[in-house]
Design a protein around this ligand. Sequence first.
Ligand code: ADP
Length: 192
Amino acid sequence: MILILFGPPGAGKGTQAQILVERYNLKQLSTGDMLREAIKKGSDLGKEAKSIMDKGELVSDQIILSMIREKLENAEREGFIFDGFPRNLEQAKSLDEILNKLKLELDLVIEIIVEDDVLIRRIENRVRESKDARSDDNAEVLKNRLNVYHQSTEMIKPYYLEKNKLVQIDGMGSIEEVSNDIESHLSVKVKQ
Ligand code: ADP
């Protein structure tokens, strides 16, 4: 099974991805996590990415796509969940090409919908409660991440709607409510 979890920063994609990983034995591919790992290692790629991430802008498609290609080509499992990727139309189209080459097919794009003011409150709490808050978790950068989301990332919705792959979930309930909602779509849509 191949899924994309799609939604604004702070929507709970990571939390829901972890639940799905266990339930369906999927490998989670989070481009944000991959980038943060590269930063921790201090690689050239990490250094280049950090300044862009700290502004809330998108890292170049070239970097993102080569990371995804490498992970997919070297993965043993056939089930994946993409989290934070694709983030623009170019990435979405490239993902189709990569999957095609590997003879894999995307099953579903799950959009988690949360209103902007709720997202801002969630991230503010995350900053207050976490000892190791991310360097891009602050009010100003978050506003830019939300702008980038509305300007670039949301543009991929019509692409997947047309392919009949997009389902929309209300992301404002509890973790369990959201995950049950996702589950009900998966059992209808996806052959297991
Ligand atoms: P969030 O879900 O809170 O937006 P992520 O961990 O997915 O956070 O991403 C953090 C940052 O990493 C983004 O703001 C962006 O700079 C960079 N990034 C992550 N994934 C991508 C991607 N697919 N394309 C471009 N930039 C990305």
